[in-house]
Design a binder for this molecule. Structure first.
Ligand SMILES: [Zn+2]
Length: 205
């Protein structure tokens, strides 16, 4: 399904029918359970870069199973503000994206600079109330039409929680006339399915 929820007997997903996404498909490798959350927190907030390389290896190894269509022209990491990059020293989504490009022998290994940018600085999502996250939806990112128009894009992030970050980037890419957008993350939280109605309300789909 579009949102990546496993289907039981039905062949359609209720949430995707009611609240369509700006994506062709969104896929995650793991559920964001206690153990996974702990490991990802260590990677992000204790700045453990080797852990990030292990994750990127695993994620790129499985990308072929997660997507039927791997026709991407651009494989883009969700960008971070350079101040945050400076404090962490590395940016997990970019390491994941680079590993996926390598694995797929991607012709455009290095996507054009500035294809997708952070539009404004805001505090890390972990410190925000959920309703505030949706307010970031409309202006979180900006995409350069000269670099993304007509392109099939795979967006890469570490965790899919409310979906606000990934959707916000997808809206920016849609606005810049990207041809199609897929999303991949290492882990997916249960908030993802719970927040679909909220996401829908705050989007202009
Ligand atoms: Zn769905």
């Amino acid at each position: 399904m579009q949102c990546g929820s496993p289907l039981t007997e039905s062949t359609t997903c209720g949430a995707c029918e009611l609240f369509p996404l700006p994506f062709r498909q969104v896929r995650s490798l793991w559920d964001y359970n206690h153990r996974v959350a702990e490991a990802i927190r260590k990677m992000k907030y204790h700045h453990i870069e080797p852990l990030c390389h292990i994750f990127s290896h695993i994620l790129s190894h499985h990308v072929g199973e997660l997507f039927f269509l791997r026709d991407w022209d651009l494989i883009l990491a969700i960008p971070t503000h350079r101040k945050r990059f400076a404090s962490r020293g590395f940016h997990p989504p970019e390491i994941f994206a680079s590993s996926i490009r390598k694995k797929l022998n991607h012709t455009a290994r290095q996507p054009p600079l500035g294809a997708l940018k952070v539009a404004s600085i805001h505090p890390p999502q972990a410190s925000r109330e959920q309703h505030e996250r949706y307010e970031l939806l409309q202006d979180g990112f900006s995409a350069n039409p000269n670099k993304v128009r007509g392109k099939r894009v795979l967006l890469v992030d570490d965790v899919l929680t409310s979906g606000a970050t990934l959707c916000s980037a997808a809206f920016a890419l849609n606005g810049a006339e990207a041809k199609s957008i897929d999303g991949i993350t290492l882990a997916r939280s249960i908030h993802w399915s719970e927040s679909r109605a909220e996401l829908w309300k705050h989007s202009n789909l």
